[in-house]
Write a protein that binds this ligand. Structure first.
Ligand SMILES: Cc1ncc(COP(=O)(O)O)c(C=O)c1O
Length: 407
């Protein structure tokens, strides 16, 4: 028996050698509907939200989960998430506010944290009574104050410390180099004074310091929480702490799943069990491993000794590998031989999987051991439920794809 690092009860090869997600054969679905196509398992999303909710519920503090819809705004998926009753939505633009409302979320279930807002953005957001609003800096506090004096706000703070996937600097939002996000400790008193000037009630702090952290980063994450706790000293009106998102998922065989229990205990250890309401706004965690992108191999050819498999979709459909240098995992949708044989180390060959965009960086993965591939085969790119379709572009006019919610 062979087991793959990514395998789960709802993501595995069937006895017929077909990769299944939530019981659906991706080969069959993609042959029927065409490629490029994305498939999202509703049950996996529910499972992920429930797991998060369960871990937070072990502690006596109140909590709320706001799904960061920038990760995936596919309407059927978001409507499904609303129907679970397990989450609200984290948004970062007026259009996201409108989209969340159209998916059935109420204004009070929508938390806004954005940067570089125009006056027009603010006018559009402030129309929605009850919307949870976090201010990202002094300019925003002033302009919210001018428009909506007396309103409750949160302040996004910047602890000058960040963490993300492994040592990947591209996924850190905070560190020694000043970043555009939030209010630093040096400007925090000024931010509070400005809020007071306009009668704004600061009821919450918010921070999001990076994306994709796993167990190896929990120590730094704890330090981040402790640094943020300093902002709360003598601030009795602040009753809610939004810890942002950033919870990661394994992306390679050497990654281990985030120890969510330890993560929950860390929150309780730093912020206590009843003083504050804890909010989280994960994007990756609920949806990344629930989604798979399917592309067709159209070219198999050796070039200067290196075996390339060309596929009918490029980095513009799932930008993270090219953009953030994150690993990706393409696997065949159907195996030609028994799983043990197809994935036997002696039988696999090194393949460089290349997209269909005329740019040198458009390589999905290089010299990766894979079962034999032929032109016409379908490949499933795992863990593409987050920041893939949502970030896609029409570069080279190759931005066409379909999305399906598997229920
Ligand atoms: C403010 C804020 N909250 C939440 C998230 C979601 O992060 P993740 O998808 O890593 O959980 C992001 C991502 O950029 C963000 O900027």
């Amino acid at each position: 028996m062979i087991s793959h690092w990514w395998e789960r009860k709802d993501l595995k090869y069937s006895e017929q050698g077909e990769l299944t997600l939530g019981g659906y054969s991706l080969e069959r679905r993609a042959r029927q509907s065409g490629t490029p196509s994305f498939y999202y398992s509703a049950e996996r999303v529910r499972h992920n939200l429930e797991e998060l909710d369960r871990v937070l519920s072990r502690h006596t503090f109140k909590h709320k989960i706001y799904y960061a819809m920038k990760a995936n705004r596919f309407m059927p998926l978001m409507t499904f998430m609303k129907s679970t009753g397990l989450c609200g939505v984290d948004v970062c633009s007026p259009n996201e506010v409108e989209h969340a409302l159209s998916c059935g979320f109420r204004a009070e279930e929508i938390s806004y944290t954005g940067t570089s807002l125009s006056d027009n953005d603010l006018d559009r957001i402030l129309r929605h009574d009850g919307l949870v609003l976090n201010c990202d800096g002094l300019s925003m506090i002033r302009r919210v104050g001018e428009r909506a004096p007396g309103r409750e706000i949160g302040l996004r703070i910047n602890p000058a410390l960040g963490t993300g996937y492994g040592t990947n600097e591209l996924l850190r939002y905070s560190g020694t180099k000043p970043s555009k996000f939030g209010v630093y400790a040096s400007e925090f008193p000024e931010a509070l004074a400005l809020a007071e000037k306009y009668g704004l009630k600061v009821v919450r702090i918010h921070f999001h310091t990076g994306c994709g952290y796993l167990n190896g980063q929990l120590e730094v994450w704890k330090q981040i929480l402790e640094t943020c706790r300093e902002f709360l000293k003598d601030r009795d009106t602040i009753r809610t702490i939004n810890l942002g998102g950033g919870l990661g998922r394994p992306l390679t065989s050497s990654d281990r799943p985030l120890d969510l229990e330890k993560w929950g205990r860390t929150i309780a250890a730093v912020f206590g069990t009843d003083r504050y309401e804890i909010n989280v706004e994960p994007g990756v965690y609920p949806v990344q491993d629930a989604g798979v992108m399917v592309l067709e191999v159209n070219t198999v050819e050796r070039k200067s000794g290196r075996l390339f498999a060309g596929v009918n979709g490029g980095f513009n459909l799932a930008m993270e590998p090219a953009h953030y240098k994150l690993p990706c995992e393409p696997v065949p949708c159907r195996l030609r031989e028994r799983e043990e044989d197809a994935f036997h180390p002696d039988r696999m060959g090194e393949v460089t999987v290349a997209g269909n965009i005329n740019e040198a960086l458009d390589l999905w993965i290089e010299d990766h051991p894979m079962p034999e591939l032929r032109e016409g085969d379908l490949l499933a790119f795992l863990n593409t439920g987050a920041y893939a379709s949502a970030m896609s572009s029409n570069h080279c006019m190759r931005g066409t794809f379909a999305e399906y919610l598997l229920v």
